[in-house]
Design a protein around this ligand. Structure first.
Ligand code: GDP
Length: 478
């Protein structure tokens, strides 16, 4: 939690200027609107002999804390979620279109397909969900955000072109995610098509066809001429069966954002892929660091629906902000709870963004000085003996670079500890260690708070480094 200086002042029934004075006394220059973190607040409160009673803030913003374990008996089969990957121009988009055209319109007369980032088809009374963003960028960016939505990857390889760099990239991504791969050998209608070569080349990557004693399914097809599509779909169903994909339709809906945007008329519009549970219109929902109530739900045929079960993609409206692709969502029974957690997550994400933006490292110091954003450099010194701390402190203050001032906000003896880091973090400063090192907690804090810690054994080197930073001459190898 954070409070600004004036917010804290009003809570303490003091004048903001009094708080500022105390902060100054502690070596921190602050303005009325500056944020104070927990430690700074505690420090000030202790100055005024006030016990800090922390509000019970929702620290548990993790969805894991709220997802209930499913009862085995509630689990039912769910549709596979499939991503199409492969080298550029090998036919991913054409294949996605061919699959959609072949099935969607046949079963659902009158539906107008809508691009919402994913679609669902029905084969032999079983559904399959396709993510409609070809390529592995989406796949990877979602994985890097902790979301794993794909059950099966289709690796498209053009029979006339063979294995290309992005083919290898794609298969490596699928392998890293431990997602089963089906190889679709495309463009079989071309005279120059050579499916054997594709198989041969892929053996190098341990994708060995069943005919050759391996376990990988290969399907020859022509996306352009709609040939072999049914075979591919059959194989997807086969792999899905082996994978035993299950979900609990009774659970509170949980899943991932496929795409999201701001619509002028509708506000925040997000395509969600339900991975567990059933999403209903009216549900209180937290999506990434946004929240709201599901106002309306539209499926991939542009139809309004009231509920969406596992593996179903739906476009929803009703969120307070636009979430990001790869964000996870969770439904809460209680609207108040959803709001609380949504707000806490929003707060957290604002803070995370802010701390990333404002923390100073020596390397970007010059940039800030140049842009006139930085007129002072706040420094915390820790040294092995008092004499060194004082010597370093006075030498640093003597550095004369026009327009920039050195502020030693703390100089002490001993290892760099957590509170040094917190002080640096709160004052946007850096820490210099002279013949001392950070302890374990300080290391962790420095990492999480993004505080720059510089270690030196020779005074003039420490001085040179700071002077160089002030002049913008910092050697990048430091
Ligand atoms: P993507 O970059 O992987 O999405 O590839 P596209 O689907 O955009 O296809 C690239 C080009 O290959 C387009 O000109 C398609 O018409 C063509 N193409 C795709 N599939 C086939 C096919 O089965 N046979 C032939 N002859 N051309 C195809």
């Amino acid at each position: 939690s954070t409070l600004t200086v004036s917010e804290l002042a009003s809570k303490l029934h003091k004048d903001a200027s009094e708080i500022i004075k105390h902060l100054l006394f502690l070596g921190v220059m602050a303005t009325k609107n500056q944020d104070l973190d927990d430690d700074a607040i505690e420090l000030i409160c202790s100055e005024f002999n006030v016990e800090v009673e922390k509000e019970i803030i929702l620290e548990d913003t993790d969805f894991d804390k709220y997802v209930q374990e499913d009862d085995e008996k509630d689990l039912i089969e769910r549709p596979a979620i499939v991503t199409i990957m492969g080298h550029v121009d090998h036919g991913k988009t054409t294949l996605l279109d061919a699959i959609r055209e072949s099935k969607v319109t046949a079963g659902e007369a009158g539906g107008i397909t809508q691009h919402i980032g994913a679609y669902q088809i029905k084969v032999d009374n079983k559904k399959i969900t396709f993510l409609d963003t070809p390529g592995h960028e989406a796949f990877t960016s979602m994985r890097s955000r902790g979301a794993q939505v794909t059950d099966i990857a289709i690796l498209v390889v053009a029979a006339d072109d063979g294995v290309m760099p992005q083919t290898v990239e794609a298969l490596n991504h699928a392998k890293a995610a431990e997602v089963p791969i089906i190889v679709a050998v495309n463009k079989m209608d071309k005279e120059t098509a050579n499916p054997d070569r594709v198989m041969q080349e892929l053996t190098e990557y341990e994708l060995i066809p069943e005919d050759w004693g391996g376990e990988t399914i290969f399907v020859n097809l022509s996306a352009l001429q709609h040939e072999g599509i049914d075979d591919l779909l059959e194989m997807i169903l086969l792999v899905a069966e082996v994978e035993e994909l299950k979900a609990n339709p009774k659970a509170s809906a949980f899943g991932t954002v496929i795409e999201a945007e701001l619509d002028r008329g509708k506000g925040s519009v997000a395509t969600l892929l339900v991975q567990n549970g059933t999403l209903q219109v009216g549900d209180a929902i937290v999506v990434g660091s946004t929240y709201g109530r599901v106002r309306a739900m539209v499926n991939d045929l542009g139809r309004r629906i009231k509920s969406a079960g596992p593996s179903t993609p739906v476009e929803i409206t009703g969120l307070n902000e636009v979430p990001q692709a790869g964000d996870q969502f969770l439904v809460f029974k209680d609207e108040k709870k959803a709001r609380q957690i949504g707000e806490a997550r929003q707060q957290k994400s604002i803070q995370e963004n802010r701390s990333e933006q404002t923390k100073v490292s020596l390397d970007d110091l010059f940039e800030q000085i140049k842009q006139g954003e930085m007129k002072e450099i706040n420094i915390i010194i820790k040294a092995d003996v008092q004499g060194s701390a004082e010597a370093l402190s006075s030498s640093l203050q003597k550095i004369d670079v026009e327009g920039v001032k050195i502020n030693i906000i703390h100089a002490g003896v001993g290892a760099i500890n957590e509170s040094d880091i917190i002080l640096a973090s709160a004052s946007n400063g850096i820490v210099i260690g002279f013949n001392v090192r950070p302890d374990v907690n300080a290391k962790k804090a420095a990492e999480s708070e993004n505080v720059d810690v510089r270690l030196h054994r020779v005074i003039y080197k420490a001085i040179e480094e700071i002077e160089a930073a002030m002049k913008g001459l910092l050697d990048p190898e430091f």
